[in-house]
Ligand binder design. Structure first.
Ligand SMILES: O=c1ccn([C@@H]2O[C@H](COP(=O)(O)OP(=O)(O)O)[C@@H](O)[C@H]2O)c(=O)[nH]1
Ligand SMILES: O=C(O)[C@@H](COP(=O)(O)O)O[C@H]1O[C@H](CO)[C@@H](O)[C@H](O)[C@H]1O
Length: 214
């Protein structure tokens, strides 16, 4: 099975170089596609220093849309999605995530931070289904109709789709990995406001409760 990496990136000039230097060293990954989701920093300048494909979106369209654009360009049967702000990524992490799909054990893998940093470990312990580190068979993604609308709800949408269709899914632990938090990127106040917006985008993808009014 051919593996494509799809990396959505919005203002990640500080971290995307380290992520790409590891991803291009992973022998199982045959193509790497970065989708610059309307960044206003030097994300694209950094990406151009690597032998990867770069797709530029003129405006910010949200994470789910950036991922969909990347999937549409990708030619692999298996897609590994990675965030561009990872800290501590290694080739071993990538191989640990890829193995269960490549050996036929499962159709989706979710990578969970472990022993990285307290705050990011805790977030993923509480809500592992939000993690952006995923390996997914293309056939699964193709079934998800609304990916481009989901923004930060994309992971919940993927997880819900897998549950609804009995698609096998496995979690693997990614030791000593973390990511930059919104508050670290944007400052406490702006970061927190962006966090609230993200939670709203996630909530919108949750199933609606049936009305109790008869
Ligand atoms: O509108 C957005 C928001 C985020 N991202 C990317 O999605 C990944 C996960 O985002 P994260 O949870 O780190 O949120 P952020 O802190 O970037 O808001 C990162 O690679 C971001 O650059 C994106 O492509 N478009
Ligand atoms: O960990 C979380 O609470 C959020 C927000 O992370 P930050 O610490 O604000 O970067 O990030 C996760 O959830 C997002 C929505 O599902 C995903 O898109 C991210 O990949 C994931 O890291």
């Amino acid at each position: 099975m051919k593996v494509s990496a799809v990396i959505p990136a919005y203002n990640e000039e500080k971290t995307i170089g380290n992520v790409l230097s590891v991803v291009i060293d992973c022998p199982e990954i045959e193509e790497v596609i970065v989708v610059n989701d309307g960044s206003t920093d030097k994300t694209s300048d950094v990406v151009r220093q690597f032998p990867v494909q770069l797709i530029e979106l003129e405006e910010n369209r949200g994470k789910g849309a950036a991922m969909k654009v990347g999937v549409d360009r990708a030619t692999g049967d298996v897609i590994i999605f990675l965030d561009a702000d990872l800290i501590g990524l290694t080739v071993k992490h990538l191989q640990k995530m890829l193995a269960p799909v490549l050996n036929g054990e499962t159709d989706m893998v979710i990578g969970i931070f472990e022993h990285g940093r307290f705050a990011t470990d805790l977030a993923q312990k509480v809500s592992p289904f939000l993690s952006g580190q995923r390996v997914v068979k293309r056939s699964v993604i193709d079934g998800l109709g609304n990916m481009e609308m989901t923004r930060f709800g994309v992971e919940i949408a993927l997880t819900r789709y897998a549950l609804a269709h009995n698609i096998p899914c496995k979690e693997v632990y990614l030791e000593n990995m973390s990511h930059l938090m919104k508050e670290e990127k944007l400052g406490l106040v702006r970061g927190f406001l962006h966090r609230l917006k993200m939670y709203w985008e996630i909530i919108k993808m949750l199933p609606r409760r049936k009305s109790s009014i008869r």
